[in-house]
Design a protein around this ligand. Structure first.
Ligand code: ZN
Length: 769
């Protein structure tokens, strides 16, 4: 039986804990540590088990906001020190927009709890005290002060307190502190107290001595009742609310600890039954690497930033409350392993499998429990993490191959969601061998020696026969030995072929993370280019009434090929939800992109070479594919301009080949790609002053002048595409090693995407050479 169901059964069968009332608490004196999530989650899971067992159950979660501030996180010391000793609810919030110090941290933790599906009613200690709910227990405590002292001594062995000690504190009427007051007399209606300058080390009392009522005063709402010390306050809460089930971390449940004291207080002072106890084990996160990790810090709210809420919750559901949880996600496979285990439980649920696994899945759901789908395919987290890093790979197509048939809509949705999760993992937590991307740079035969190529070609065969990374790793060494080359030379060849780097992570694991066809192709690069076989027949066009490549330019750059298209009757809008979704998925696929990587893309290298020849410094003016990708690498995301520009920008980033679209009603045909004229100016998009061309710069011109600058640096205002644009003129820029095939591919994908999101019809499209 599942652990929480077993607890529910035990509670129900005992007959001793009715009505069923589960409770837990938190003191909002700082951001909740991630480890403190176990308490509320264990209670919530037991609560749900009681509900599932058909029992009417109440679940409250108390914020102890009447407690004094008895310490501060380092970043708040400067600002909040004057309020040490004040009740959390009476000190101002360290940040604007919150009602109090307590409110700031309470709201933060509540959000985490709600995100993780904790369905408790939230209650506030301050409000309960101030509503007079504690007046009765305060009276009992003051009347039984000596017995309480005796319990403290007997149970925990604490030293005897001063004569006349009373377990209560009041808010000092002079300075407002609570943590510094000592109550030393009780006459049955009033208490006498002193605000002690040196009773505690963390706050200094003002020295005032006064007499006040420890109860609420219905006639004076400004009067504060007394506050019980924590060890007494805990069982007092149980009595006030009627709590019958409440646990605590096992540190509180040790012999002579606060739970034992509370149990005695229940029996001898409050005369209530001791609630059912749940002494739960610790939740430990991360090893040493935690402190330096970027995403997952030590705060409770970080968990839902890293994992989907149901998987985050699953961490707590899956493990019996009496076992410690150790979660070490940095540089390990802990997160993919967690997803695998979650999927295993999900499948048990889908296919009516093991009861424990099924319950772990069901109790991890935040809202509705998903519909059972027999035989459902759950795209594996680590497969998506691998596939997304491969160049020119259609994720859904690959997953369909793994599944053996097309993905259903539901399965595609899971894969889509996991794109985001894998992006976070890859950029923050994945072990090194998972972060490397396979190279797409062409290698020529001369980059490696014959013996190295021979080694790689043999390795391609070995790769297929070695079924796991470990086996492959040892086979690589054996192969090098057999071929009589030293392992350094062998591994260098391997890393150059696969990563275009001289070093890399453990080769067996690296090679096994990529799909077969891609690895084999890289290891056999010397055997002719497989891409060349896929060559399409290009549709070259001649449309001199629309466009020509200037003769002198053609002579200087015979490699230039330009894609052109005329699209009529488009309807451009500001944005489109489906396009935004496509953009987000694409953005997620670029996770881990660095500015250094950009300089290794052959297309970018080509454009930079041209810039150099035009006398333009590519550090100050960047070719458009580079500029767009650089933005992403710097974490600035994608632009939202309009549905036309956003569409082709996706293609630009995908193939790193520049595409430009212009409002063809503002273009005076024929146009040409040519050298700029001396003294010519262009008013660029977003600028107020025109920019002067130099004679070495390449630009697209119409009859009125240039409408772009430096091939693909920026475009003119006068031809820009807006939501009023009806007809489009498209240019795609190829030069040097960017082949007419590549130009055509970018052209077709751009026009297809524009048609998809802006409608219209293509008048003509093709490549001009
Ligand atoms: Zn005072």
């Amino acid at each position: 039986m599942f652990w929480s169901d077993k607890i529910a059964k035990e509670i129900i069968e005992s007959g001793a804990h009715t009505p069923y009332w589960v409770d837990d608490m938190f003191t909002p004196s700082g951001f909740a540590h991630i480890g403190s999530l176990r308490g509320p989650l264990v209670h919530d899971i037991v609560y749900r088990s009681l509900i599932d067992a058909g029992k009417k159950t109440t679940f409250t979660y108390i914020f102890n906001d009447f407690d004094p501030i008895d310490g501060l996180p380092p970043e708040l010391v400067a600002k909040s020190s004057p309020y040490l000793g004040f009740p959390l609810r009476m000190a101002p919030s360290p940040v604007d927009g919150y009602k109090s110090f307590a409110d700031y941290f309470t709201r933060d933790f509540q959000k985490v709890l709600l995100d993780l599906g904790v369905r408790a009613e939230f209650r506030y200690s301050w409000d309960m005290y101030h509503a007079g709910k504690f007046d009765g227990v305060i009276c009992e405590v003051l009347d039984h002060a000596s017995e309480i002292q005796e319990i403290y001594q007997r149970v925990s062995g604490s030293k005897k307190r001063d004569k006349g000690w009373l377990p209560l504190q009041v808010v000092c009427e002079k300075c407002g502190r609570l943590g510094t007051t000592r109550v030393h007399a009780w006459d049955g209606t009033m208490v006498t107290y002193t605000c002690e300058p040196s009773m505690v080390t963390w706050a200094r009392g003002c020295g005032f001595t006064g007499k006040t009522s420890p109860f609420t005063d219905p006639k004076n709402s400004a009067h504060h009742p007394g506050k019980l010390p924590w060890k007494v306050d805990w069982p007092a809460h149980w009595k006030v609310l009627g709590v019958t089930i409440e646990g605590a971390g096992k540190d509180h449940s040790s012999a002579g600890g606060s739970r034992d004291i509370a149990k005695e207080l229940c029996k001898e002072v409050f005369h209530i039954d001791n609630p059912y106890n749940l002494p739960y084990e610790f939740f430990l996160i991360g090893g040493k690497k935690m402190s330096s990790s970027k995403g997952l810090g030590l705060k409770g709210r970080d968990l839902t930033g890293v994992l989907p809420a149901s998987v985050g919750r699953f961490l707590f559901t899956r493990t019996d409350y009496r076992q410690a949880i150790e979660f070490d996600p940095v540089g390990t496979m802990a997160i993919p392993d967690l997803f695998d285990e979650y999927d295993r439980c999900w499948q048990a649920y889908n296919n009516d499998g093991d009861e424990n696994l099924t319950r772990a899945f069901v109790l991890s759901q935040i809202n509705d429990i998903p519909k059972k789908v027999k035989g459902m395919y759950i795209p594996r987290f680590r497969d998506i993490a691998n596939l997304r890093q491969l160049p020119n790979v259609d994720l859904f197509e690959r997953l369909a191959q793994l599944k053996g048939s097309e993905l259903t809509e539901g399965e595609e949705k899971i894969a889509g969601d996991r794109l985001t999760d894998t992006a976070i993992w890859l950029s923050n937590y994945a072990p090194d061998e998972y972060r490397f991307q396979i190279s797409i740079t062409p290698l020529s035969e001369t980059d490696l020696s014959d013996i190295q190529w021979s080694f790689l070609n043999d390795l391609a065969v070995v790769w297929e026969s070695a079924e796991d990374p470990e086996k492959l790793q040892s086979e690589i060494f054996q192969l090098a030995k057999k071929k009589n080359i030293d392992s350094k030379t062998a591994f260098e060849a391997l890393y150059i072929a696969v990563l275009d780097k001289k070093h890399g992570p453990r080769a067996g694991w690296l090679l096994k993370k990529f799909p077969k066809d891609i690895v084999i192709a890289r290891l056999n690069l010397n055997k002719g280019k497989p891409e060349a076989a896929k060559k399409t027949t290009i549709q070259f066009v001649q449309k001199s009434e629309y466009f020509e490549i200037d003769k002198s330019l053609r002579e200087k750059y015979p490699s230039v090929s330009i894609g052109v298209a005329l699209i009529k009757g488009v309807h451009v809008t500001k944005s489109n939800p489906a396009l935004e979704k496509e953009k987000n998925a694409f953005l997620a696929s670029l996770a881990g992109l660095t500015t250094e990587t950009l300089g290794t893309y052959p297309e970018v290298i080509n454009y930079r070479k041209l810039y150099k020849e035009m006398g333009v410094d590519w550090h100050s003016r960047r070719p458009s594919p580079e500029a767009l990708l650089r933005r992403v690498a710097l974490g600035k995301g994608l632009y939202t301009v309009n549905t036309c520009v956003d569409s082709y920008n996706l293609v630009v980033m995908k193939h790193r080949i520049s595409v430009g679209a212009f409002d063809s009603d503002n273009v005076k045909f024929p146009t040409a790609l040519r050298y700029a004229g001396a003294g010519d100016k262009i008013l660029l998009l977003g600028d107020k002053e025109p920019t002067l061309y130099t004679e070495k710069e390449l630009a697209y011109y119409d009859k009125d002048g240039g409408y772009n600058i430096d091939f693909n640096f920026r475009d003119a205002q006068r031809t820009m595409v807006t939501e009023n644009t009806k007809n489009l003129w498209i240019n795609v820029d190829g030069v040097f090693d960017i082949t007419p095939e590549q130009v055509e591919q970018s052209l077709r994908e751009s026009t297809q995407l524009i048609l998809k999101y802006c409608g219209g019809t293509i008048e003509f499209q093709g490549v001009v050479k």
